[in-house]
Design a protein around this ligand. Structure first.
Ligand code: AMP
Length: 215
């Protein structure tokens, strides 16, 4: 099974994908997380991606497509993937179809996380991320037990550069200009399911599972 989670930054895709991966056989593929790791390691991909990410813009298509291509080649059709934050442009969506075709696979479902812009801004601006394991918290909604310390691994929490106000505005602009087109793209292909994502994580998770046929 191959599932795509679609929606604006801050819609909760990452949180839900991580939970699904914990409860099922799905592998969580977050291009944002893969890119952050590449930046941290100082690899060639990381060096290319860093400035785009800092400003809240999109990393060039060929870079992210290359990352996903490598992973699909090594995992193959048998591994169930949940794509979080990929594709983000029509070019990426077309490339994904082609790459899956090459390994005799295809997308099973695309889930659109529907959430108003003001909710997204509040979620992103209060988000704190673990510098060690990447887990997300929120200073108001999901505070860690100990201030600035990750509940899961004890790592230090920080605010991502792209969760600062100017970058949030740019990320939302990129989303509106490029990624939102994918809603219609997948709707036309009859692959799109919608989940109202401005609710409690528990209800979103229940709806997500229903939408992808898990109960
Ligand atoms: P995310 O963690 O999904 O919010 O992604 C963080 C940042 O990584 C984005 O703001 C982009 O700069 C970059 N990024 C992640 N996924 C993609 C993608 N599919 N296409 C282009 N840029 C991406």
């Amino acid at each position: 099974m191959k599932i795509v989670l679609l929606g604006p930054p801050g819609a909760g895709k990452g949180t839900q994908a991580a939970r699904l991966a914990q409860d099922t056989k799905y592998e969580h593929l977050s291009t944002g997380e893969m890119l952050r790791r590449a930046v941290k390691s100082g690899s060639e991909i990381g060096i290319r991606a860093e400035s785009f990410m800092k400003n809240g813009g999109l990393v060039p298509d060929e870079v992210v497509i290359g990352i996903i291509e490598d992973r699909l080649k090594s995992d193959g059709a048998e591994v169930s993937h949940i794509f979080d934050g990929f594709p983000r442009t029509v070019t990426q969506a077309e490339a994904l179809e082609e790459m899956l075709g090459r390994i005799d696979s295809g997308l099973d479902r695309v889930v659109y996380f529907d959430v108003p812009e003001e909710v997204v801004v509040e979620r992103l601006s209060g988000r704190r991320t673990c510098s060690k394991c990447g887990a997300n918290f929120h200073e108001k909604f999901v505070p860690p037990k100990k201030e600035n310390i990750c509940d899961k691994c004890g790592g230090g929490l920080y605010q991502r550069d792209d969760d600062k106000p100017e970058s949030i505005r740019n990320r939302l602009a990129s989303y509106k200009a490029l990624t939102s087109e994918l809603i219609e793209y997948y709707d036309k292909k009859k692959m799109l399911g919608r989940v109202a994502a401005d609710r409690e994580p528990e209800s979103i998770y229940a709806d997500l599972k229903k939408t992808i046929g898990l109960n």
